[in-house]
Ligand binder design. Sequence first.
Ligand code: 5AD
Length: 455
Amino acid sequence: MPRVYLKTYGCQMNERDTEQVARDLTARGYLLAESERDADIILINTCSVRDMAEQKALGKMGMMSRLRQNKPEMLFGFLGCMAQSRGAELVRDMAHVDLVVGTQKFHRVADHVDVLWKKKLQLRENLMDDARFSIVDVDEEPGSQDTIRDHTLSERQVTAFVSIMQGCDMHCTFCIVPSTRGSERSRPIASIVDEVTKLTAQGVREVTLLGQIVNQYGRHEFPKVGGHSPFVQLLRALHEIPALRRIRFTSPHPIGFRADLIECYAALPKLMPHVHLPLQSGSDPILRAMHRGYTAEKFIRLTESIRAARPDVALTTDIICGFPGETEDDHAATLDLIRRVHFDNAFIFKYSPRRDTPAATMTAQLPDDVKEQRNSEVLDLINTQARERSERLVGQRVEILCEGPSKTNPDRLMGRSPGNKIVLIEGDTRHIGEIFDVQIERSTGFTLYGTPAVL
Ligand code: 5AD
């Protein structure tokens, strides 16, 4: 059977979509290749959120065309967000690309690969003319949000991503996602509970629920019950699964992060005390221009309410530097808000104009050196705060779920604290999948090192 190399760019949602594609292909007998050099088929799952991500995927695909020199029948495809937004243009511009599959059609990838691979073999056997044959499938598909639900777990895998919804209706002016992922569509609670129950039967102890705006889960499909939003109903239903020990989710929007969700941080012990709450900017005029729907004060009040419900909560965020029209005062307001909230960590991005978004055509675009300068100032401040937050844990006992050998240091085991910090320990592989206390001895800024307290 042909060997497939899958490469993923972008967010956890993309990782999860790739996992589904891998599972569909292996279920049909395809083999997974460790590297592109061992592959007959190469599929790149793409990201569009910033231009850099698109350029990386395009560059990679360009480089890989050379692999055909020894294997002319190789099959190449683009999947996901950039495939959705660029569509047929990709097969037109890159002569070796055979397949383009959008974000609502991941479950069709295996069918398309079957068809194309047969064609490739015919071309090779019969030395038929090499007329190009390609498939572009970027249509919308009702119900596609419920197709990302199968897993291939690696041996002793104890954490898993679970996709609960697709799309976004928020329309932030900088963001391409509503056009790449479509409008908000959610899976039924029962389907998600079933998936997570199956995962726990296979040894999974922690799930991270994924969606573009997870706290808006189900708002178009399901009613509130007893004052609980559909997302809170889902959290509470998952909390009942006995073998599930930890629940995380990413990412929520500050809008719609209401009292019923905040209450969960006090009421549901399995809900881990970490909230990734994208801020984007600390300036009210910029937040308005971004169409975020909250002010800096409101954001701060929200973080205070979450901390009141769960004082040990870790807060992380996303910040965009150099949005069109951002002044030095706006930038100073962002730094100010960061100082007031004190984050555990953050992703900092330079604003990148995206096609067909309102911000891309705003007149006051900023030069790259200004974006770069502000980006590095915000990053320095965030790094200082992240280091402080980690160092606070030195000398303390922290509970971890042991996930397996550390990727960077295979002699040590890796686990995550409730607040999602990486903790490395020396220990026996028999502890993988267990939850236990670790005495934290030192911090290297972002990673904590410790010794199991009672083993
Ligand atoms: N430019 C820079 N960063 C962006 N993000 C989304 N769109 C853009 C853009 N056009 C960032 C936001 C979002 C994260 C996933 O990516 O901070 O929260």
